[in-house]
Design a protein around this ligand. Structure first.
Ligand SMILES: Cc1cc2nc3c(=O)[nH]c(=O)nc-3n(C[C@H](O)[C@H](O)[C@H](O)COP(=O)(O)OP(=O)(O)OC[C@H]3O[C@@H](n4cnc5c(N)ncnc54)[C@H](O)[C@@H]3O)c2cc1C
Length: 401
């Protein structure tokens, strides 16, 4: 067993930390936060320096690496700043589904500009009546001689306001059973690619955190899309989404990991510097133990998150079937525990922790969504229960414990 990062991984982690320190300047962060602006210029620089698409094929300019390398970058970016780190990651994460299921032509068209930091991607699965339950879509996809026609409404699409393309999950066969008959299709923002109809994009305002991203409702009115934009096998749409979620949930875990590490670093230095009753507050056991517990929890989250990423990249045959078990563990446990850690950091800051300029209250708000999107905590616990119920106890005993 070797817990060390490779030389290349250490270099990536260091480079990501340096990039974030240099680019996420406090005045830019505050401006993006208060104006609800996506930091496109920083995203572009991240692309130019190779931080986007580390797991994408080299043929499209990607790094040809894995989920683990992505996790290291996301962790460092979110450690430096939750708002910036999450907004940048969420701009390229959706395109992962094109990496997994796209044809070489689709990968060249959609991933190459994304890797350069020129394009932003989005996924549109959620609908007003279908959030946790994606086993049926009300958005329909109908085959015509010269294209596919989309009708319906999606909600909460991250990056809706500026994404260059959307991966839409739609019901192609209305008579199929639950979870079946769905297809994923690539919808471009550029209306010149449409063969008819229209797409309306309406911003949804008033989010708790994640202020540097747009959240949108998409409405498709007989929107006709070229046949070449079908993504993956027709009728396998939900399975495509679930395969994507296995990796993406590990990366959402890394957002939460970086968020709580950043909060911890601030809390540690505050606890050493702030004096009350003529002593640094870290010397009061109530605060010292809080800092110690934050540290212990972070260690457990870090290694769990890295193990999840390692499984995605290297899973031996006998463990490949249990990847969803571990992605669900990471996706519920890391954000939930990170919330508790960030909450503790607010305690360490006292009244100052309640204000924007100490950053920890923003980390708390930003982190909260990691428990919700890409499958809520409750949905992850349902997955874990279902898998554990069906696994052979001997396999659990011998291989997983
Ligand atoms: C800021 C933000 C960004 C988002 N970005 C995207 C995006 O880019 N693309 C996209 O497609 N979607 C996106 N979403 C949608 C997100 O994935 C959904 O909100 C989430 O999956 C939950 O669905 P829902 O909101 O409809 O809640 P519901 O499904 O209505 O759930 C409500 C509550 O009931 C619980 N619940 C539901 N079913 C069960 C069950 N079987 N067992 C136990 N508890 C259950 C849930 O855990 C939750 O607590 C985003 C959401 C937000 C807020």
């Amino acid at each position: 067993m070797d817990f060390s990062l490779t030389k290349e991984q250490k270099d990536i982690k260091k480079a990501a930390a340096e990039f974030a320190r240099g680019e996420f300047r406090p005045e830019v962060v505050l401006e993006c936060e208060l104006d609800h602006r996506f930091p496109r210029e920083i995203y572009k620089k991240a692309g130019e320096l190779g931080f986007i698409g580390l797991d994408y094929p080299e043929e499209v300019g990607g790094g040809g690496l894995g989920v683990m390398e992505n996790v290291l970058v996301i962790e460092e970016f979110c450690k430096a700043d939750s708002g910036m780190g999450m907004a940048i990651h969420l701009a390229y994460l959706p395109a992962k589904i094109v990496r997994i299921f796209g044809t070489p032509r689709q990968q060249q068209k959609f991933l190459a500009p994304l890797v350069r930091g020129d394009w932003v991607s989005a996924v549109s699965f959620t609908e007003p009546n279908h959030g946790s339950d994606l086993t049926r879509m009300e958005t329909t996809l109908e085959e015509h001689e010269d294209g596919f026609v989309l009708n319906g409404t999606k909600v909460f699409t991250t990056n809706g306001g500026y994404a260059d393309f959307f991966i839409v999950l739609a019901q192609e066969d209305p008579d199929a059973g639950p979870g079946k008959g769905m297809t994923t299709i690539l919808v471009e923002r550029d209306s010149s690619s449409w063969l008819g109809g229209k797409m309306e994009i309406n911003e949804i305002s008033g989010k708790m955190g994640l202020k540097m991203t747009s959240s949108s409702e998409l409405v498709f009115h007989d929107l006709k899309i070229a046949k070449e934009n079908i993504l993956g096998e027709r009728g396998r749409g939900l399975l495509n989404v679930l395969d994507f979620l296995d990796e993406s949930r590990i990366e959402i875990g890394a957002q939460a990991l970086g968020n709580c590490e950043g909060a911890f670093l601030k809390a540690l230095s505050h606890a050493k510097e702030r004096t009350q009753f003529q002593r640094p507050i870290i010397d009061f056991q109530g605060i010292g133990h809080k800092v110690a517990r934050m540290w212990s929890r972070i260690q457990s989250l870090k290694w769990l998150n890295y193990y999840g990423a390692w499984l995605c990249d290297h899973s031996p045959e006998r463990l490949s079937g249990v990847i969803p078990l571990f992605t669900s563990v990471v996706k519920h446990h890391v954000p939930e525990t990170a919330k508790a850690i960030i909450d503790d950091s607010i305690t360490v800051f006292g009244g100052y922790g309640y204000f924007l300029d100490q950053e920890v209250e923003r980390r708390y708000r930003d982190n909260r969504i990691a428990e919700i999107y890409e499958g809520t905590v409750e949905v992850q616990l349902n997955n874990i229960t279902r898998i554990l119920k069906n696994l052979n106890p001997g396999f659990i005993d011998a291989e997983l414990l």
